[in-house]
Ligand binder design. Structure first.
Ligand code: GLY
Ligand code: MN
Ligand code: MN
Length: 462
C-alpha cells in the first residue's frame, strides 16, 4: 500500500498542470460469459496512479477544492453473496480523499462543465465518459483531452522512489518464480506444468502475472499464447513473464534456457551473442541518449555475429541501413515499464516518440516502441533476441528487397532452432543504470547450474 500523501501530491501536480475539473474513470467489471462470471478485474493504470482505488466502476472528479470519488453502492442483498463492503466514509479515509459519493451523484456533480477526461480500456465506461465530457473517447485511438494526456504522460513517465521500490518488490517475486521454473525444467515435463509453477510462486509472493505469460519451446513466436507443448529435451525454453504487485506495478523479464540443462554448441553461440548485445545496450542507457541509439547498439552486436556466421552478407553499417538484421531480430529493444507492461502504450506512440514523428517504416525497426532521449528515472526494458521465424524466412517481398544481403539458403538450416531473448528492466540514473531484475540468472554458467537442479514441477505441485 502506498501512502495516501503520494496520491494527493500526484493529483496536485496534475491540477497545477491542467486545472480542473478533471474526470478520471476507472474500468468496470466485464462478463466472461454471464454477468455473474466476470473476467479478472484490473483497474485503469492512470486511475490507479492518481487515486490508488482499485474498485470497479469508480470515477474521480479532481477539482481545485478537492477530489471526490464516486463508487457504486451494492444492493442490500450483496452482503449475502460477497460479504460486507466498507462504508463510503471508511473508503474516503483509507484513500485520503476529500469526499466519496454514490456513483448515481456523478452526472449531477459534473453538470454541464465538460471536464477534461481520458479513455480507458472498458468501452462501456468510455460511453459514459464521452457523454459527460462531450467528446468521443476510444481506448488507444481517441485518448481524451490532449492537454490532460500530455500531463499524464509527463507525470507517469519518470518513476518516483516509491514506484521504483514497488518495481523492486515485483522483481523479487519474479526472481523467485524464475528460479523455481528454471530449477524444475526437466525433459518429460510440460509447458503447462512449468507455467503453473511460475504462476503459483508469483501467487505465493502476493503477485498476479502482469501480462499473459509467454512460456514456450517456440521462442520464435514472439508473443506465443498457450502452454501446449511437452518438454522433450534438447530444445530451448523461453519464459517471458513478470509479477504484478498489489499496487499494480509489474516487471517484464525474459530468460531462455536449454531444457536438458546444457546449451549445445549452436544454442550457446546464439545465447552468448544475445547476452553480449543485451549487456552492450544496458551499458548505453544514460540520460540524454536516444533510445534508438540503445537499440542500434544492440543491433550492431547481433549484426556482427550474423555476418560472422554467414547469415548476412553485408557490412554491419549496411545491415543497419537496410534492416537486413531485422530478418533475425524483428522487434525493438524495449519500451517503458511501470503500472503497465508496455507502460502508457494506451496513448499510442505519444509517450515514446517525438511529437509528429511516426515509427520508422523499415521491417523490424517499425516495431521499435520507443525513440526519445532517455531521462533520469525512466524505467525501460532491454530485450534483444535472435529468432529463426519460418514465415519471415519465406517472405517473398523481404527476399526481394534484401536480396543477397541475407543468405536465405543458409538461414533455412536454422529453422527449428526457435528463438532466444534476454530481457531485463532498467532504471535510468545519472550513473550506471540500475538493473532492477538483475537477480535472475543469465550468464551461461549460472543458467546451466540452475536448470534442472531441483524437483520437477509435478513433484513440487502434485
Ligand atoms: N512481454 C512483452 C514484451 O516483452 O514486450
Ligand atoms: Mn518487454
Ligand atoms: Mn517481455
Amino acid at each position: 500500500m502506498l501512502s495516501t500523501d503520494v496520491f494527493r501530491a500526484r493529483r496536485e501536480r496534475l491540477l497545477a498542470r491542467v486545472g480542473g475539473p478533471i474526470l478520471l474513470l476507472g474500468n468496470g467489471v466485464r462478463a466472461r460469459n454471464l454477468p455473474m462470471n466476470a473476467l479478472p478485474f484490473r483497474q485503469d493504470s492512470t486511475f490507479l496512479y492518481f487515486t490508488g482505488c482499485d474498485e470497479p466502476d469508480a470515477a474521480a472528479l479532481i477539482e481545485e477544492d478537492g477530489t471526490t470519488l464516486f463508487l457504486p453502492v451494492p444492493p442490500p442483498d450483496d452482503v449475502l453473496w460477497h460479504g460486507p463492503t466498507p462504508s463510503l466514509d471508511d473508503r474516503r479515509e483509507a484513500l485520503g480523499l476529500d469526499a466519496v459519493l454514490p456513483v448515481e451523484r456523478l452526472e449531477d456533480r459534473v453538470g454541464q462543465r465538460a471536464p477534461k477526461t481520458l479513455a480507458v480500456a472498458d468501452p462501456a465506461r468510455n460511453a459514459l465518459g464521452s457523454r459527460l465530457a462531450g467528446r468521443p473517447l476510444a481506448y488507444a485511438r481517441e485518448h481524451g483531452d490532449p492537454e490532460l494526456v500530455s500531463a499524464v504522460i509527463d507525470l507517469r513517465r519518470p518513476k518516483g522512489p516509491e514506484e521504483i521500490a514497488e518495481l523492486r518488490r515485483a522483481a523479487r517475486a519474479t526472481a523467485a518464480a524464475f528460479n523455481a521454473v528454471m530449477s524444475a525444467t526437466h525433459p518429460g515435463t510440460h509447458e503447462r506444468a512449468l507455467a503453473s509453477l511460475f504462476h503459483g510462486v508469483l501467487a505465493l509472493h502476493g503477485c498476479v502475472p502482469g501480462y499473459g505469460t509467454i512460456l514456450t519451446v517456440h521462442g520464435e513466436v514472439l508473443h506465443s499464447r498457450g502452454h501446449v507443448n511437452p518438454i522433450e529435451g534438447g530444445e530451448l525454453l523461453l519464459l517471458d513473464g513478470g509479477g504484478e504487485v498489489d499496487t499494480g506495478y509489474t516487471v517484464d523479464v525474459t530468460r531462455t534456457w536449454p531444457t536438458s540443462g546444457r546449451f549445445d554448441a549452436r544454442q550457446r553461440a546464439v545465447y552468448e551473442v544475445v547476452l553480449e548485445s543485451q549487456l552492450a545496450a544496458i551499458a548505453a542507457v544514460k540520460p540524454g541518449v536516444r533510445y534508438r541509439e540503445v537499440h542500434d547498439t544492440a543491433c550492431r552486436v547481433l549484426a556482427r555475429w550474423l555476418i560472422d556466421e554467414g547469415l548476412l552478407r553485408c557490412s554491419v553499417d549496411e545491415a543497419l541501413q537496410t534492416g537486413a538484421h531485422g530478418v533475425f531480430y524483428p522487434h525493438g529493444t524495449g519500451h517503458h515499464l511501470g503500472l503497465d507492461v508496455h507502460d502508457l502504450e494506451n496513448f499510442g506512440d505519444l509517450p515514446s516518440y517525438p511529437p509528429g514523428q511516426g515509427r520508422p517504416s523499415q521491417f523490424g525497426t517499425q516495431n521499435l516502441r520507443l525513440d526519445l532521449p532517455l531521462e533520469r528515472d525512466w524505467v525501460v526494458t532491454i530485450e534483444p533476441g535472435i529468432y529463426f521465424v519460418p514465415a519471415i524466412l519465406a517472405d517473398q517481398s523481404l527476399r526481394e528487397s534484401l536480396g543477397d544481403r541475407v543468405d536465405w539458403d543458409k538461414a533455412q538450416d536454422w529453422i527449428g532452432f526457435g528463438g532466444i531473448r534476454i530481457e531485463d528492466d532498467v532504471c535510468v540514473t545519472d550513473m550506471d543504470p540500475e538493473v532492477l531484475t538483475s537477480a535472475i540468472p543469465k550468464s551461461v554458467e549460472a543458467v546451466e547450474a540452475l536448470v534442472g537442479s531441483g524437483p520437477t514441477p509435478e513433484e513440487r505441485l502434485c
